[in-house]
Design a protein around this ligand. Structure first.
Ligand code: BGC
Length: 748
């Protein structure tokens, strides 16, 4: 398409019309200029393509298609290849269904485990979420389908999701809530971003110029389109000014007319509107060019991929006495979720996949005895159902309880109120544990729960929301036909009250203070040295892995250099299995508050028993930097950093240290209020003022004792420069001149 030519031929009405959709799922077509429509549909873990009645909450029907594990499960794979594969497969499905853009991945951070939509998000860690998001995007876009990273930004709860304001400081926004999107743009080259419903510090995302233009386009060089979340537009003209391109859904509610009126009245420049139209035309034209005709899908093949992915995502949380994999077939499956597993979440991502087979009906290992045990749609303990389960448990070698969060507990549109499983399920597990000491629990659900019976069961296998083949995946993992290799992409706290956002979730009066700032997830629990139920990165295997020979390419570097890390991983167990190795960076002597450690690299490797592999990772400046508000940029403070290779954030196996010298300088403006200690750190400050510490009589008076001298020095370092005048050590004029010199030296 010759974009400039088309632009010239478009009328003002047509231009403003292109700024919203034709209906719920299509952009507008303009036949006379051969501008085709583009269809989009929800993802992210399958296609919710609606052909009849449309909605954005998963209420009406959609085409029958494959359902894959949802994001919280996918993240636990810690495996980029899994995400890339899923992206490719979804891309093929979109091509076959004539869909040009899939609305995903969801890149929001898991600030609180209560967020009703956590099942659609990857992690509490921005690096992990970003890396996995990039792989998904590359897979999808490699198949010619636009991805749409959502919901930009700071959309971390469902309470007041359409009107609330997330109150976040600059450092936290940049360090925690933006990096996954930044990676999606810079490394994933994502073609579309969906702006969130909520406001950030009082400005709605759909009208937020700082986010949509200054950060997204100017800093990150995003050249795709920004589409609204469905119905997120408040003031359409402000949206255009801020950098919002496409309003969705279109139709009668859309506000195109206001755009044309604003141009006619001179309130909006036509050039500004043209910038939006150029982006939209490019998007439409690229989508058309990448359309593949005649694509056909083999649903069975895709279903097998869903199974393979689910097996890669499951997390073995506990496995006492190596009760898993099961060796006996005198096993009873208990719990309605063995019959009707929960395999996906509710809301706009809901996939119509047809009947799903539960573990009880898989029968790969013969017919397994079964007792329903509880009703999923009720919380009250059913004595009859429980009694049947207890009787069967008494006669079995092992009891496998399928438990989890029922659908109504976690959904788009509302948050959970606690971390509890339904009471009847907890009570049933306690009763079963009284009659059989070999209890295994298989968990379904999109987010952490608390497990009051954890000490009375031998194993817990978390399937998360594992997609349409979750039942079979669970059976394969239980019996050792597949080996668990998932690792938690989020901390499971001991109790809700331990979570750092607890006192500020979900906020008041439509405002939520992100008061825990950068300390979300393990960044908080580690800093506070708190016990957790299961740490970030945790996940067991049926095999065992040893880490050896951690080596760094250098012991000293500048922040412009690349550090190469190598570590050997050896499978010392008896199963061919996969291990996700995690590399954390710990700033040993930071002058600002920083987490104890942060994930900065990871890789997953599959090894046969006895096999070893050397894994190689690279770290650049960003792995050592924090976001420094005074320069509005990333900054590496010179010092020592530990490079840790771990099997989880609380299972660090090897450590080496590197010294990194920062090359950027933070300019300080000196004043009478500047602390003496801060001034002494600068070269000229040191020269001018060190005599006050070394030369003054008090500090050299032996009779004061060493302790007191040190105390005096410490007090001095905290004193403002102005105190030198107050205590008569120099005149006001002298201090002013010195401050002038100090500030001048800073400029050089
Ligand atoms: C959700 C989006 C979704 C859109 C379209 C909204 O309610 O927040 O994630 O893509 O609906 O269904």
């Amino acid at each position: 398409m010759d974009i400039e030519k088309v632009l010239k031929e478009l009328t003002l009405e047509e231009k403003s019309g292109l700024c919203s959709g034709e209906d719920f799922w299509h952009t507008k077509n303009i036949d006379r200029l051969e501008i085709p429509e583009v269809m989009m549909c929800d993802g992210p873990h399958g296609l919710r393509k609606q052909e009849g009645e449309s909605d954005h909450l998963g209420i009406n029907g959609s085409i029958r298609t494959n359902c894959y594990p949802s994001a919280s499960a996918l993240a636990a794979s810690f495996d980029r290849t899994v995400l890339q594969k899923l992206g490719e497969v979804l891309g093929e499905e979109c091509q076959a269904e004539n869909v040009g853009m899939l609305l995903g991945p969801g890149l929001n951070m898991k600030r609180s485990p209560l967020c009703g939509r956590n099942f659609e998000y990857f992690s509490e860690d921005p690096y992990l979420a970003g890396e996995l998001g990039v792989s998904y995007i590359k897979g999808l876009q490699g198949s010619g389908i636009a991805a749409c990273a959502k919901h930009f930004a700071a959309n971390n709860q469902e309470t007041r999701r359409m009107s609330g304001s997330s109150q976040i400081d600059e450092r936290t926004l940049h360090e925690i809530y933006l990096p996954a999107f930044e990676k999606a743009v810079k490394e994933g080259k994502v073609r579309s971003i969906m702006c969130a419903y909520n406001a950030i510090n009082g400005v709605f995302a759909a009208e937020n110029k700082e986010l949509l233009t200054d950060i997204l386009r100017d800093d990150w060089k995003f050249d795709g389109i920004v589409v609204t979340d469905w119905g997120a537009v408040k003031d359409r003209v402000k949206g255009i000014e801020a950098g919002l391109d496409l309003e969705m859904p279109g139709g009668p509610g859309a506000q195109d007319k206001k755009i044309a009126e604003a141009v006619e009245k001179g309130e909006l420049s036509e050039e500004k509107l043209d910038q939006t139209i150029r982006k939209l035309l490019k998007f439409i034209s690229d989508t058309k060019e990448q359309k593949k005709v005649g694509c056909k899908i083999n649903r069975k093949v895709h279903s097998d991929i869903s199974l393979e992915i689910a097996e890669n995502c499951a997390v073995l949380l506990k496995n006492e006495s190596e009760i898993l994999p099961l060796t006996s077939t005198n096993v009873v499956f208990v719990g309605e979720m063995a019959e009707f597993p929960r395999y996906q979440g509710s809301g706009s991502s809901h996939i119509n996949t047809g009947p799903v087979i539960g573990a009880k009906d898989v029968q790969k290992h013969g017919v397994i005895s079964y007792a329903r045990g509880y009703n999923s749609n009720s919380e009250s303990y059913d004595f009859e159902l429980a009694q049947e389960a207890v009787e069967k448990a008494e006669k079995s070698d092992v009891v496998v309880v399928f438990a989890g969060l029922p659908e109504k507990f976690e959904t788009e549109g509302c948050d959970r109120v606690d971390l509890e499983l339904p009471l009847n399920q907890n009570q049933l597990i306690e009763e079963l544990a009284k009659v059989n000491e070999n209890i295994v629990v298989v968990l379904h659900g999109g987010a952490p729960v608390v497990l009051p019976w954890i000490d009375r069961v031998k194993a817990v296998l978390c399937m998360y929301l594992g997609g349409e083949r979750v039942g079979e995946a669970a059976v394969d993992l239980l019996f050792g036909d597949a080996v668990p290799s998932g690792k938690l992409a989020e901390t499971w706290p001991m109790c809700l009250e331990d979570n750092p956002s607890y006192l500020n979730f979900p906020g008041e009066d439509g405002k939520v203070k992100y008061a825990e700032d950068i300390f979300i997830g393990y960044r908080y629990y580690d800093r506070k040295k708190m016990n957790v139920l299961f740490p970030f990165g945790h996940g067991l295997s049926y095999s065992k892995f040893e880490y050896k020979n951690l080596s760094l390419s250098c012991i000293e570097m500048t922040d412009q250099d690349i550090l190469t890390i190598e570590v050997d991983v050896i499978n010392t167990g008896n199963y061919r299995a996969k291990e996700a190795v995690q590399i954390y960076v710990a700033d040993k002597n930071s002058s600002v508050r920083r987490p104890i450690r942060e994930l900065k690299a990871f890789d997953k490797v599959e090894l046969s028993p006895g096999e070893s592999r050397t894994l190689r990772f690279t770290l650049d400046k960003r792995a050592f930097a924090y976001y420094e508000e005074s320069i509005h940029d990333w900054f590496v403070e010179s010092g020592e950093f530990d490079i840790e290779a771990g099997a989880s954030s609380r299972d660090i196996r090897l450590v080496k240290t590197v010294t990194v010298n920062g090359t950027k300088h933070i300019p300080i403006t000196f004043s009478k209020e500047t602390a003496f200690g801060q001034v002494l750190k600068t070269e000229s400050g040191g020269q001018i003022f060190s005599r006050f510490l070394t030369g003054s009589e008090e500090f050299n008076d032996d009779s004061m004792g060493q302790g007191n001298t040190e105390m005096m020095k410490a007090m001095m370092l905290e004193m403002p420069l102005g105190a030198l005048v107050s205590y008569g050590m120099m005149s006001d004029q002298q201090l002013r001149e010195i401050i002038e010199i100090l500030n001048r030296d800073q400029q050089i």
